[in-house]
Write a protein that binds this ligand. Sequence first.
Ligand SMILES: Nc1ncnc2c1ncn2[C@@H]1O[C@H](COP(=O)(O)OP(=O)(O)OP(=O)(O)O)[C@@H](O)[C@H]1O
Ligand SMILES: [Mg+2]
Length: 501
Amino acid sequence: MKEEYVLELENIRKEYPGVVALKDVTLRLKKGEILALIGENGAGKSTLIKTCSGAVVPTSGKIKVNGKTFSRMTPQLASENGIAIIYQEFNNVGELSVAENLFLGHPIKKGIVIDKKAMEAESIEAFKQLNIDINPKELMKNLTVGYQQMVEIAKAIHQNANVLIMDEPSAPLTSKEVKSMFEVVRLLKSKGVSIIYISHRLEEIFALSDRIEVIRDGEYIDTLITKDANVDQLIKLMVGREMTQVYPERPDYTDFSETVLELHDVCGNGVKNINFKVHKGEVLGLGGLVGAGRTETAELIFGAAEKTSGKIIFKGKEINPKSPREAIDIGIALVPEDRKRHGALLGTSINHNINMPIYERISKFSVINTAIEKGNSEKYKKEMNIKAPNLDQLVKNLSGGNQQKVILAKCLAANSELIILDEPTRGIDVGAKFEIYKLINDLVANGKAVLMISSEMEELIGMSDRVVVLAEGLVTGVLEKDEVDADKIMMFASAVADKEE
Ligand SMILES: Nc1ncnc2c1ncn2[C@@H]1O[C@H](COP(=O)(O)OP(=O)(O)OP(=O)(O)O)[C@@H](O)[C@H]1O
Ligand SMILES: [Mg+2]
């Protein structure tokens, strides 16, 4: 019997000036299945799925929905044919209520007036179907990212989507939120909805999908049945070579005699009495659950928030940076967690972004030394494998993961003494992660100090010399290298009750 597909992308090709993003890629989605789409940063995943809504118009190829053939889609056609997409950077309106967001573009009207009550009532129904509980009157911006995403899913389902495409939906979520999102996705599958799921986290792919399609460099590579696949095999298909190690070796360096940063009873920005030290040559991991105060602590050190009391000592001197600029000038860099808001200048080139913090240093009488400028960005483009035709490419035209690499490069280029990394590999593919870990190791080998916030337990354990654990704004544990393990970190991460007086 011929297999029934609800969606078929056939020989999709997409060319941009200087880049062939997709080279005749085919993808077939069966009814009621979860198909994972995986590949390295810049492989073409987002571009491929955007052809389903017309956000990207293919240079050639065909799109079949329930057997009907289209050479290109439009948002209207997609919605008429039951296709909904949740984008990597989803688009909701923070100033509107949840209900208004759910009905964005097609509000319920009574005559010519928008019927808020009816929309709210219907929102409640829609959430009920997904077993979630969200107040439809709440402003969208007041919801956690997890709930915002649930609203996006509810919106898709409410529009009667039978194909739901999710582009890295888990990247901004806490592990608890990921669990509830999985429940909703499984519920939808049981109702016959077909799902395309994109993620760099292979454990999610194994937990959720029925089949896995791998693409590499814009080319179709293979499709596997999930239960017959294994991690090593997937990594090899994605990166095109064997990768046996995830964490590069670093010589055990234990001479942490020189302190770079000391926090003494630092309070403010939601944290209390924070004490820890980061040494020259050390990667200090900062662990804890989301909301524990890790980013908040980083902001205090970086001058992005003001402390109310306590002392921050940097290279032996007390500092009180009033702004990130001040912090950068004294030798502190920070790669922010929320890269969309604080990260890159999207409308300018890779070259410009990477060199931004050092223009003063590499200029003489306002003339930039372009050789240094270019050499610098060439170096990072190569080391981090930033995928772009050249350094003049605008950052907004890069894939999500490659934008992050540019931001990381920018912070490293500043050549700071202390580098704070907030979730440095979120949204980054396995191969590039390895390169970033090598860069972190090089930094500390060259006498820098690194403070690394990570919610990925393995990364925290794999990269840190010591780990400080926070919970609800307090330091709950400090683990030396030989004590660092997942159980202990988890224990301290949830150990608040005993600490609070
Ligand atoms: N508007 C554009 N102009 C030029 N090149 C583009 C444009 N949009 C995408 N590209 C290029 O197409 C390629 C595929 O990008 P895409 O965003 O699909 O990757 P991805 O697989 O989703 O990666 P990630 O995992 O990082 O999100 C990249 O090389 C990207 O730079
Ligand atoms: Mg993408």
